[in-house]
Design a protein around this ligand. Structure first.
Ligand SMILES: C[S@@+](CC[C@H](N)C(=O)[O-])C[C@H]1O[C@@H](n2cnc3c(N)ncnc32)[C@H](O)[C@@H]1O
Length: 279
């Protein structure tokens, strides 16, 4: 993806992404991710430890995590619009003394020293925007401290196929292209995204030296409605409406958490999230 395409995609995204969790589908998805982060990176890590949010965007995960983690954070991102928004968000919640922001590309993290970060999170699929994914994962391995965990998320391959058949009813050509290349195009304004199965994500991480801890599908049972992708987050899908009922939300959350790392089910995930460790 060239720089112009990249910037024109993330400029409007930076304005709206912080509102997305108002929709119950995204609220549920965020709650699942947050729970999994806490299961894999203990909240009582040292205050001097650092969690880097790679492709951290507007800093919304750092803001969320800072309420439960007393450590330091780095937001690393390649979009000037995202970083600009992150600076405002971090200032608003008075986190400046705990958060460093780095503008840069995951494929070449020259501003970050070897083994200088204690844990890495990378949420909502920065790795799906990168075609040179092995190079990117190598960089993440290099900067992580031995013993450190990485929690990384990419678009789900099998869910993309299911969605293209059932929701978009695309041509046979498009389906075959997706199946063969693992790349999906959701609409003309979104660049081709790299999708992952549990196996391809785990292989990518293992190839550079990581040891797999667990892989989850996010979510595996709940399917978003088309309105959940409204770029302005103004429309509301049927599922987002029903998930506003807290009892239903809690029941779905429990079911998702009970089964989302079952190796027979995680490939149902709209997104694939893997936790791995650098030994
Ligand atoms: C879909 S957004 C997710 C943002 C954030 N993690 C969240 O959950 O709200 C993907 C992010 O990945 C960043 N990104 C994509 N390719 C990147 C690259 N090569 N280097 C650094 N950041 C990148 C984008 O700028 C964007 O902020």
């Amino acid at each position: 993806m060239d720089k112009k395409e990249f910037n024109s995609f993330f400029k409007p995204y930076a304005k709206n992404v912080d509102n997305a969790s108002k929709l119950a589908f995204w609220k549920l998805s965020d709650a699942l991710i947050f729970k999994i982060i806490k299961q894999n990176i203990p909240t009582n890590i040292n205050a001097s430890a650092t969690i880097m949010d790679v492709g951290g965007g507007t800093g919304r995960w750092v803001v969320k995590l800072s309420a439960e983690y007393k450590c330091k954070f780095i937001i690393y991102d390649l979009s000037e619009d995202m970083i600009k928004r992150a600076k405002q968000n971090i200032k608003e919640v008075k986190l400046d003394d705990r958060v460093l922001m780095i503008y840069g590309d995951i494929r070449n993290m020259k501003k970050v020293s070897n083994a200088s970060v204690d844990h890495i999170i990378s949420i909502y699929n920065p790795i799906s925007f990168i075609y040179e994914n092995e190079q990117a994962i190598k960089e993440l391995y290099r900067i992580l401290n031995p013993g450190g965990k990485i929690i990384i998320m990419g678009h789900g391959y099998y869910n993309a196929i299911a969605s293209k058949i059932n929701n978009y009813v695309v041509s046979a050509d498009e389906l075959i292209r997706l199946a063969e290349t693992y790349r999906v195009k959701w609409n003309p304004y979104v660049p081709d995204l790299v999708t992952y199965s549990k196996e391809s994500m785990e292989t990518l991480l293992q190839q550079v030296g990581f040891t797999i801890v667990n892989t989850y599908g996010i979510p595996i049972f709940v399917q978003p409605g088309p309105e959940d992708f409204d770029p302005e987050n103004k429309k509301k899908s049927r599922i987002s409406k029903v998930l506003e009922d807290q009892t239903f939300f809690d029941a779905v959350f429990e079911l998702e958490m009970k089964h989302n790392s079952n190796s027979l089910l995680s490939n149902r995930g709209m997104n694939i999230l893997t936790c791995a460790v650098k030994m």
